[in-house]
Design a protein around this ligand. Structure first.
Ligand SMILES: Nc1ncnc2c1ncn2[C@@H]1O[C@H](COP(=O)(O)OP(=O)(O)OP(=O)(O)O)[C@@H](O)[C@H]1O
Ligand SMILES: Nc1nc2c(ncn2[C@@H]2O[C@H](COP(=O)(O)O)[C@@H](O)[C@H]2O)c(=O)[nH]1
Length: 220
């Protein structure tokens, strides 16, 4: 029998399913990460948003289960102890965390998810899901502009804005732990750059899956 008679692909090899990509966006409060994340989701309704748990009070216009899962400190601690959160941290004196189950479901279904979390959460998620995370840090154009945006958003009292400005330099000091860094000066450009990061991560995922499928077809 000639060697070329070997079938090119064993029929028993099922194509590898592409897992979802986790896009983690972090920034000092007010730099614009929620605005960028919302714009990405508005243009791609199939993109999932990780709805965090928080012990802070809802702002006007925020609803439970949509913007956050608003929970008591006792409930938050229970979730942390039972492993229901993939990561959690104290931010500005309050508890914030990522529910584990929706992330695992999204990844298994091949759905991409955006996370709007701080640097502590990024570290933990990267450790938990090293092959699934692509991360983006958003810098404001200046510290003065950051304060202007926090004041302009008019969602927090003056003492809360002061607390967030106080923490901004600490958050920014972690900028080089991220895969990509963008400056949110012009919003449209920042959104386009964030989209490019997500597209590149997806292409890499497709390439890996394609390679795994191709190698499997060689019977290796
Ligand atoms: N490029 C930009 N130019 C001017 N204003 C902007 C820009 N990007 C965002 N903003 C505005 O800055 C304010 C803060 O943005 P946003 O709420 O998205 O910040 P954030 O980083 O998600 O903050 P937090 O961590 O507190 O949730 C909002 O009022 C938003 O409209
Ligand atoms: N580690 C985590 N940090 C989170 C999470 N959800 C939000 N955040 C961070 O909290 C601050 C404040 O948010 P705000 O809605 O009160 O303005 C923000 O900068 C986020 O980075 C989370 O699940 N885990």
């Amino acid at each position: 029998m000639s060697q070329s008679a070997t079938p090119s692909r064993p029929t028993s090899v099922a194509p590898v399913r592409r897992r979802g990509v986790c896009l983690v966006i972090s920034a000092p409060s007010g730099a614009g990460k929620s605005t960028i994340a919302n714009a990405l989701r508005a243009s791609e309704p199939q993109l999932l948003h990780s709805v965090s748990v928080t012990t802070r009070q809802p702002r006007p216009g925020e609803s439970d289960g949509v913007h956050y899962h608003f929970r008591s400190m006792d409930e938050f601690n229970r979730m942390a102890e039972t492993g229901e959160m993939l990561e959690w941290a104290t931010v500005f004196g309050r508890g914030y965390g990522t529910p584990r189950a929706p992330v695992e479901q999204a990844l298994a279904d091949g759905r991409d998810m955006v996370f709007d979390i701080d640097w502590q959460g990024h570290r933990q998620i990267r450790e938990a899901l090293p092959d699934d995370v692509i991360s983006l840090f958003v810098l404001p154009p200046s510290i003065e502009e950051l304060e202007r945006r926090l004041n302009g958003r008019a969602s927090d009292e003056a003492d809360e804005i002061a607390r967030r400005m106080q923490a901004a330099r600490d958050e920014i000091s972690h900028w080089n732990e991220f895969d990509h860094v963008i400056i949110n000066s012009d919003l449209d450009q920042a959104i386009a750059e964030a989209r490019a990061v997500l597209v590149a991560a997806r292409l890499e995922r497709h390439r890996q899956v394609g390679l795994i499928d191709l190698v499997a077809s060689f019977g290796v």
